[in-house]
Design a protein around this ligand. Structure first.
Ligand code: GEK
Length: 246
């Protein structure tokens, strides 16, 4: 795994983009930056084993290098599911295709297949779905786009289908928000990011990654039609929510 040293060189004045340099260090970046990331990937496998139905579609929207798709396929290996991994970054998708090809060669018995697509999640047709994953993707869309994507996911899910939504959030209480951000930065320092790298990355993500409150996510999911909604993971200001269509 290549170490993420991007903000040792970049000064953070350019908005963050999912380009070739980011794609080349991405596994290390996520592991060191998102508390709970590996727990979310593990749970995606367990949830796939429970919720993916034979002959249905699963979607991994904003798949990056395909970690969630691989976990879904492992969980749903005997379900003959069609997993559609979508990302609009060419650099991510090129690497993702190579990673998935390697994984597929290592797991020839799996009856579920992964199709890797370079495309916009907002333009992806969602149908006959038993599971949809938005693992830290919705936060990069505008508010209107978030509303319409969640509505379309609800419509494309089959009854008892599952949406897993992981996001960086803002706490309802400003004092707690300050503390949680501080704890997150401490976590990054423990993972060997310097104060300068943390602050540069923060500037680059301003207006690119726009976090919302958990209550806003719940309200959007409810407005789309979801009734059964739960936060199953929270680690500082990173949460993962599951919602089931009835
Ligand atoms: C994981 N889910 O490892 N359409 C498609 N992809 C998009 C769009 C869009 N409109 N906007 C952003 N992306 C992954 C991690 S990373 C999270 C997801 C992060 C893509 C973008 O190119 C990037 O690959 C991904 O969403 C977000 O489980 O970097 O914090």
């Amino acid at each position: 795994m290549t170490d993420d040293q991007l903000y040792k060189q970049r000064d953070g004045s350019e908005p963050f983009r999912f380009d070739a340099s980011v794609a080349s260090v991405f596994p290390d970046m996520l592991k060191r930056s998102i508390p709970g990331y590996s727990a979310s990937i593990e749970a995606i496998g367990s949830l796939a084993a429970r919720f993916v139905e034979a002959g249905t579609h699963c979607y991994d929207l904003g798949c990056s290098l395909g970690a969630a798709s691989i976990a879904m396929r492992q969980g749903a290996a005997d379900k003959r599911a069609n997993i559609i991994a979508v990302d609009n970054s060419k650099a991510m998708i090129e690497r993702c295709e190579a990673i998935i090809a390697d994984e597929t060669a290592r797991d020839p018995e799996s009856q579920s297949v992964i199709e890797v697509v370079l495309g916009d999640a907002l333009q992806t047709e969602i149908r006959n779905a038993s599971m949809v994953v938005l693992n830290y993707t919705l936060q990069f869309l505008s508010e209107d786009q978030r509303d319409s994507l969640i509505r379309r996911i609800y419509e494309g899910l089959n009854p008892n289908g599952l949406l897993l939504l992981s996001e960086k959030v803002v706490d309802e209480n400003p004092a707690m928000e300050t503390l949680l951000i501080d704890l997150h930065h401490e976590h990054k320092r423990r993972n060997h990011y310097s104060e300068m790298e943390i602050s540069r990355k923060r500037s680059a993500l301003e207006n690119v990654l726009v976090p919302e409150k958990v209550s806003a996510h719940r309200a959007r999911l409810e407005a789309a039609g979801f009734v059964d909604i739960a936060v199953w993971l929270r680690y500082f200001n990173f949460v993962s929510i599951i919602a089931i269509k009835r």
